[in-house]
Design a protein. Structure first.
Length: 189
């Protein structure tokens, strides 16, 4: 059977994993092609290694953290991923494409964390990119970037919330349909 029909959670997880990986790869392509002269081979290899770890943890490691059903484990996951992004910031001259990397992480936080923690993650992600931008590009450019980046963050948060709500509603409908089917079977006997 098709995975999306037999197990909607599997198709949902696969979709999120693909989006996560594609956004990280897009961030890398933009960053690596923007600074070909400034990046040395060891720095490029370190960046690729950290990106690979980021994707692995983001796709496979997240399951372990979420299955723990612990807010603190979920926060640890977010902290590890943000730490990897911070390391990447220090490796690149200017984080041209890296601004995209935490967007899937924000989406994951919408699913994993209570709203106040998700808000805190969003603020932390904003600060992660706005503080270096202010130091490198000046206040006027930073204000312009802040409006654009906050729009991206807001879009990801709202889209993920709607996507997750729709997924939960569909799962609930399927669960209720299964229960109704079982009840009908019992009545026939």
């Amino acid at each position: 059977m098709h995975p999306s029909r037999s197990d909607p959670t599997e198709a949902y997880d696969r979709t999120l994993n693909i989006v996560f990986a594609l956004i990280v790869v897009a961030a890398y392509v933009q960053t690596l092609t923007s600074f070909t002269d400034a990046l040395t081979t060891p720095i490029t290899l370190a960046m690729l290694g950290i990106g690979f770890i980021y994707i692995l943890i983001g796709i496979y490691g997240i399951k372990w953290f979420v299955e723990s059903n612990s807010l603190w484990m979920n926060l640890l996951y977010i902290a590890i991923q943000i730490a990897l992004i911070v390391i990447l910031h220090f490796l690149t001259p200017i984080s041209v494409g890296l601004w995209m990397m935490p967007l899937p992480l924000l989406g994951q936080s919408v699913i994993m964390l209570p709203r106040r923690w998700t808000l805190l993650v969003g603020i932390l992600i904003m600060a992660l990119f706005l503080i270096p931008a202010a130091l490198q590009a000046g206040l006027s450019n930073t204000i312009s970037f802040a409006f654009a980046y906050s729009s991206a963050i807001l879009f990801v948060a709202i889209f993920t919330y709607i996507f997750a709500s729709e997924h939960r509603a569909r799962a609930m409908v399927e669960h209720l349909a299964d229960e109704l089917s079982e009840a009908n079977q019992e009545l026939r006997l």
